[in-house]
Design a protein around this ligand. Structure first.
Ligand code: PHE
Length: 340
């Protein structure tokens, strides 16, 4: 019977295979060409009894569609197989995928930010090309103050008022001029100084400065925050020591040393056998600075601190030469893979 014949052909469809273009073409000719099986069945269909026409007609259509789909699938499979294999050597060792690493300065900067953000400090940002006012004027540097020289400033040619910022204190100024206390920010960023490049100095480096302005802020608060920072950064046994110092923008001012974390305070080459290494400058914000930035110094007080990220990184990872940080030598950078 015609319907049985069609049904068995339908089952055959899924088993059809072609290993190359010729075999595929042969299949097409066998089933779908003018003289192919489907057309032959169409011929037989004409003499089918009218009451069966509907059922058998549907079966025939089904067969035709199934055959077309099967042939299309086989054609697609053959095409991809040919593409892929033409120039692919499946036995070759794959190229290793090179993963990037975070820069050591970024790792340490993030760690510093993380510690201070847990203490409630928010992040603040500002421009690297700055005006004299935000870098010096607002920070209580007198016009002829030798500290301007002390910081070896790069000036923008023909614009003596425009400089590359020598410290991120300029960001403190920008925050104070637009926010009233309480202010609690840290300002991470790159700074520039005109120094001869050597293992111990570079013409740019990175700082994180902190500023806290509120009522009743005391030196004790500053010391406690810095002690917490030192212990979080260098370990719970770390000791700190504050030495009197001078900055135009703080009064009183201090420099902070930590017990050398390389020799544990016993004395080594790194700490020049003193057991201590300097890591930051700090002090109570000079009232002149508060006033210059629009904050009433009879109501508010503040403390500020600033540290070099390179210095902290040297202490953590004992990088001997500052130039390593900006040479992009992957052998150096790869060493920080695990710290990422
Ligand atoms: N701005 C100082 C510097 O660049 C660091 C500092 C910041 C010192 C805040 C004290 C208070 O050297």
């Amino acid at each position: 019977m015609l319907s049985d014949k069609i049904k068995s052909l339908l089952q055959e469809v899924a088993t059809l295979e072609a290993h190359d273009a010729q075999e595929l073409e042969n299949l097409r000719i066998k089933y779908l060409s003018k003289k192919g099986i489907v057309n032959e069945l169409m011929g037989e269909f004409r003499s089918v009894a009218p009451e069966q026409k509907r059922e058998i007609g549907m079966l025939l259509n089904e067969l035709k569609t199934a055959l077309q789909e099967r042939i299309n699938t086989l054609r697609a499979t053959l095409a991809t197989a040919e593409d892929d294999l033409s120039d692919l050597d499946l036995t070759r060792t794959p190229y290793p995928i090179r993963l990037g690493t975070r820069h050591p300065l970024t790792i340490v900067k993030n760690e510093i930010i993380d510690i201070f953000s847990r203490l409630g400090f928010a992040m603040a940002d500002g421009p690297e090309v700055e005006d004299d006012w935000h870098v010096f004027g607002s920070m209580n540097f007198a016009d002829d103050h030798p500290a301007r020289d002390m910081q070896d400033t790069f000036f923008v040619e023909q614009h003596p008022d425009i400089v590359l910022r020598t410290h991120t204190s300029s960001v403190q100024s920008r925050v104070m001029e637009k926010t009233q206390p309480p202010i609690r920010v840290i300002c991470p960023g790159r700074v520039y100084r005109n120094e001869a490049i050597s293992a111990r100095a570079h013409c740019f480096f990175h700082q994180v400065e902190g500023l806290y302005v509120d009522k009743d802020v005391s030196f004790t608060d500053l010391k406690q925050v810095l002690l917490t920072f030192a212990r979080e950064m260098f370990g719970a046994d770390t000791k700190i020591r504050l030495r009197p110092s001078y900055f135009p923008f703080t009064e009183p001012s201090a420099e902070m040393d930590i017990s050398c974390n390389i020799c544990g305070g016993k004395g080594c080459g790194f700490c020049k056998h003193t057991g201590w290494v300097e890591i930051l400058g700090c002090g109570m914000v000079d009232p002149n600075v508060l006033e210059a930035n629009g904050i009433d110094s009879s109501i508010y007080k503040g403390y500020a601190f600033g540290m070099g990220v390179e210095r902290i990184t040297n202490l953590k990872y004992q990088v001997k030469d500052l130039r390593m940080f900006s040479e992009n030598d992957v052998r150096f950078l790869d060493e920080f893979m695990a710290a990422n």
